[in-house]
Design a protein around this ligand. Sequence first.
Ligand SMILES: *Cc1c(COP(=O)(O)O)cnc(C)c1O
Length: 497
Amino acid sequence: MSKNVEHTPPGALARGPRIPIFEIGAPESGCVGVAEIDVPGIDIGVALGGMSRLEPPCLPHVTEIEIMRHYAHLAEMNFGVDTASYPLGSCTMKYNPRIAEDACRLEGFAGMHPYQPLETAQGALALMVDLQAALGEISGLPAVTLQPAAGAHGELTALMMFRAAHVARGDARRKVVIPDAANGTNPASVSMCGYEAVTIPSGEDGLVDVEALKAVLDTDVAALMLTNPNTLGLFEKRILEITEAVHAVGAYAYCDGANMNAILGVARPGDMGFDALHINLHKTFATPHGGGGPGAGPVCVIEGLTDFLPGPLPVRMDDGTYGVLRPGHSIGRVRSFFGNFGVMVRAYAYVRAVGGEGLREVAEQAVLSANYLKELLKGAYELPYDRTCMHEFVLSGAKLKRDYGVRTLDVAKRLLDHGFHPPTVYFPLIVEEALMIEPTETEPLDALDAFANAMLAIAEEAATDAAVVNSAPYTTPVRRVDEVRAAREPELRWQAR
Ligand SMILES: *Cc1c(COP(=O)(O)O)cnc(C)c1O
């Protein structure tokens, strides 16, 4: 990507908005033929009880090449990690090896029916049992459920297990403690589970304020939910002291492990004293993230919580065959059937393809990439927490805003002109004008340099020609959208003009 992206490049319009397919072509050009039906017709009007349409549908009259160009153009307008860097913090938008896609499309996996008798699904059960064991080993928390369909769903599942375990002891507790830097899903899961969220502030160093935590810990606290490394990309140095304090009041320590890339094969939440954790297979384990799923948020717990796991739980029987069991105090089913099986196949293929050593390299490379970018950018942008980071780091655009009137949103929009997806912006909330950058382990050095150069060029431009940054982007099919109006008055249907 050139450092000097043209203000309004020629040719930008060639990628401009496409007219809806219904407005292409002319009625007289005719449609691509639909095959003659070779089965007896029925009067659908009768079948639908008079609800059939009164007029024939207004189908587009387009030729095959018009359809091809229409969809090829839509595909080109799309942006993904296959197109260019996508350093969206806390989202792990990394490249997923295609072998995982191949594996989950194998006929034996893709063609299975959820109601198939278990004797005919032995391979699938074996895969789930092996994946449970692998995630148990990676996390240091040996009992695993693969059912939850997302990270937030995993959080809820673990909280339900905590509650069941407390209640089984006749100990109804009401509160769950969360640091202010936590992902928004944490407090949402807490209230969904019927608990009250108690927020504690982060310290000066961006880490949990352990004294503030100790001040709110009492026997009414059911759990602490912690993200480690936290959403600033920092590792909690006093983690053992934290989990010990939590256990001292009889509460559970929960780790939000959505961002496992940072510690794979290096550190294990189970060894840090956590009792439960969820893992986002659709971040770290080869299922593409974004586009609305499907995903999976397996939950790994300590041995002592095994009895509360959701059922049915795939297990290896004593005779070597595979079956399912329902744990004695199971919280029940949290997802239909076994969860999103295709996502599990991808994760299994990834773990097997990369191997134990490879997983460690993933973490080392993810951390190295983030620190490399952080060092390149920390002069031009502020770095509120200047420490070795893990898989991501958070910059602040507060100075650009103060000195030149260029906001983080403007920087993000200008990045689009340089061909990059912007980082996460305005999160975490504790950093003013935040830019949260996660390059991931799969970005080559050239791509990291190109991204840094774009960010540096934008900071320079903010100082010399702020108006250009303020009005970016110039090269996208749609410029700045009215986000408030899009949320308040969404236009979700195409209307004939
Ligand atoms: C992504 C993420 C989640 C939520 O995962 P979903 O699958 O989107 O529900 C929770 N916590 C953290 C830290 C995350 O990055």
